[in-house]
Design a protein around this ligand. Structure first.
Ligand SMILES: Cc1cc2nc3c(=O)[nH]c(=O)nc-3n(C[C@H](O)[C@H](O)[C@H](O)COP(=O)(O)OP(=O)(O)OC[C@H]3O[C@@H](n4cnc5c(N)ncnc54)[C@H](O)[C@@H]3O)c2cc1C
Length: 371
């Protein structure tokens, strides 16, 4: 049976970042991923500028910029039957600003980087069970991880980066008991709508909200978010607005928001990215928080030698605190949009007021699109 210092479950931005930085530091890392890569996923494909420092640490900035992508120059806020307002992104900020890049490309690059660092990457390997086991040299307990193909793997520590529906958190009871309100998100890559100018578009509909982002080559990413009972109507609104066929196929995901995990670290299992905390999609910050929490966790795991029981508790405590701090101050606009999007009628009534005050839209945008 193979033994690893660290088994990372999930090769999204959080898992691949943590795997890379731990493998770079000399840990024996196994990165397990349920899907076969490359794969698309439900996401707006927008990379917030706060991601760049982590990409720089991963030595990936040039390679990310080399992926097919666009840098939007304007953000257009629109409200169904109330008009729209455009906010230009200052030219000086465009080069280091928001990037629209397809998740299948970004995530594949991040996973490749983990392999280059020395991690063993096993895609097409969903984890189906894990339990504690005793008896590693120098440590009284570790974890046995079982995949759908029946592989049994041993890790001294586990990083659960398996997304908002983390099976790891569920198996181990680490999520909060009541954790979400039943909203869903759907996503599609569509041909540019007629007259589309490549702006990043955020739209408040009567039944929810949506975002359109230019991927280049005539393709755009369209995401919609609504309460489950209103998605049919929202989809109809968007289909009419963008001239889409009702027959086009969408990817879907739920939940959209979730309370922070009850335990982000316990017994040698560490949650990061969406598995630990989900942020509202409207502001396009989820990838950057996933990257940053993956890097934060790697720093803590690398700060002491693996395997000593004495070191485990303080390390878990350190991560709990650092994780809280990471999310504490930066999410003002995100929390506001979360609140409004849970009440679409209220959002649709209040949003036209914002359109009258472009300085307010600029201020809110600057709180989100910032280095
Ligand atoms: C509608 C919508 C739009 C969004 N738009 C944006 C946006 O524009 N910009 C932005 O920054 N964020 C956006 N987000 C949020 C963003 O997608 C997430 O925050 C981000 O993907 C989290 O990264 P992660 O690495 O934590 O998890 P994920 O990216 O979800 O990766 C988790 C990985 O774990 C794998 N996995 C799951 N279960 C298992 C298992 N049992 N075994 C092994 N592997 C497993 C999955 O296959 C997946 O590859 C959006 C979210 C939604 C819902």
């Amino acid at each position: 049976m193979k033994i690893f210092d660290l088994i990372v479950i999930g090769a999204g931005p959080a898992g691949s970042t943590c795997a890379t930085l731990c493998a770079d530091a000399g840990q024996r890392v196994l990165l397990l991923e349920a899907s076969r890569f490359p794969r698309d996923k439900v996401c707006g494909d927008c990379l917030n500028p706060a991601s760049w420092p982590v990409l720089e640490r991963l030595a990936l900035t040039e390679r990310v910029r080399g992926l097919p992508s666009t840098s939007p120059e304007k953000i257009r806020f629109s409200v169904a039957s109330a008009g729209s307002r455009e906010i230009p992104i200052p030219a000086s900020k465009i080069a280091s600003s928001e990037l629209v890049v397809r998740r299948r490309d970004l995530d594949e690059l991040l996973a490749d980087r983990a392999v280059e660092a020395g991690a063993l990457f096993q895609d097409g390997s969903p984890v189906t069970a894990l339990h504690r086991t005793a008896g590693f040299p120098g440590t009284p307990a570790g974890w046995e991880v079982i995949t759908s193909s029946g592989d049994r793997l041993l890790g001294k520590h586990i990083v659960a980066a398996d997304g908002r529906n983390s099976v790891t958190a569920r198996f181990l009871g680490m999520h909060a008991a009541r954790s979400h309100n039943g909203r869903i998100g759907i996503q599609n890559h569509i041909p540019h709508p007629a007259g589309y100018d490549g702006s990043l578009e955020m739209r408040i509909y009567r039944h929810g909200y949506g975002g359109l982002a230019d991927l280049g080559n005539g393709l755009a990413n369209l995401c919609l978010v609504a309460n489950a009972g209103e998605m049919k109507e929202l989809r109809k609104e968007a289909e009419i607005h963008y001239g889409l066929s009702p027959a086009c196929a969408w990817r879907s995901i739920t939940p959209i928001s979730r309370a922070t995990a009850r335990h982000v670290a316990r017994d040698g299992v560490f949650l990061c990215g969406d598995a630990a905390r989900v942020v509202e999609p409207f502001t396009g910050e989820g990838i950057s928080y996933a990257l940053r929490s993956g890097a934060l966790l790697a720093d803590i795991l690398n700060s002491c030698k693996f395997g000593s029981k004495m070191e485990l508790k303080p390390r878990e405590e350190l991560y709990r605190k650092a994780h809280r701090d990471l999310y504490r101050n930066g999410l003002f606009v995100n929390r506001l949009t979360c609140l409004l999007s849970e009440h679409p009628k209220l959002a649709h009534t209040l949003s036209p007021i914002l359109l009258k005050y472009p300085w307010a839209l600029s201020f809110l945008t600057s709180k989100v699109i910032t280095m």
